[in-house]
Design a protein around this ligand. Structure first.
Ligand SMILES: *[C@@H]1O[C@H](CO)[C@@H](O)[C@H](O)[C@H]1NC(C)=O
Ligand SMILES: *[C@@H]1O[C@H](CO)[C@@H](O)[C@H](O)[C@H]1NC(C)=O
Length: 180
């Protein structure tokens, strides 16, 4: 099946690309890292950990660049890709009731875009639309499906913010001044 072949190819090229791209990414250790809890699609079976850079934040949503730090990135369309810091980052824009995740890769003659858009209800369920489009040597593959994520599969990963934590909006605190 053309679609599966393309996915395997993309996964393979992504792994190969990780070796070509080579140079390790320096991570600055922080005394007290900021951790955000993010819904990143259905909970994955393996033990994953993610790190994020905050790109932008406003009153509606925050945009992160997410890197999978460990585990296998078992996203639809990328079934066999093991994750490391050289994998393509994933741009996730998340608000209290929305999540948009976009993963793009372009290595040599293969390009692929995975687009995931979810409406989140009450931090317990997500209604998601996925589209995958890939182009390998001039042949385009496209697929789309909808899924409902509930129960144990609805999970918010604790994600360490390695860059841009200062952009996160600080909740407005009620001044609490004690006078003697
Ligand atoms: C999962 O991975 C994290 C980070 O690598 C590690 O600290 C933790 O002990 C692991 N948990 C399990 C159950 O393997
Ligand atoms: C998913 O697609 C359906 C049908 O096109 C649409 O009604 C719904 O709003 C979409 N959901 C999201 C989160 O984009």
């Amino acid at each position: 099946m053309l679609f599966k072949t393309t996915l395997m190819l993309v996964a393979g090229v992504m792994s190969a690309g990780a070796h070509i791209l080579g140079a390790p990414v320096a991570v600055t250790p922080q005394a007290a890292p900021t951790v955000v809890n993010l819904f990143l699609g259905a909970k994955r079976e393996s033990n994953y950990s993610f790190a994020a850079s905050v790109i932008a934040a406003d009153a509606v949503a925050t945009t992160y660049r997410i890197h999978c730090e460990s585990g296998a990135l078992n996203m639809p369309g990328f079934p066999t890709t093991t994750c490391d810091q050289n994998d393509p980052p994933w741009t996730v824009t998340e608000g209290p009731s929305t999540m948009v995740g976009i993963l793009t890769t372009a290595i040599e003659s293969v390009t692929a875009v995975l687009d995931e858009r979810c409406i989140i209800e009450g931090r317990t369920a997500a209604y998601c639309n996925y589209t995958f489009s890939g182009n390998s040597a001039g042949t385009t593959t496209y697929t789309a499906y909808t899924t409902i994520i509930t129960g144990d599969l609805f999970y918010e990963y604790p994600v360490v913010v390695t860059e841009g934590a200062e952009k996160l909006l600080v909740p407005v605190a009620t001044p609490c001044v004690q006078r003697g």
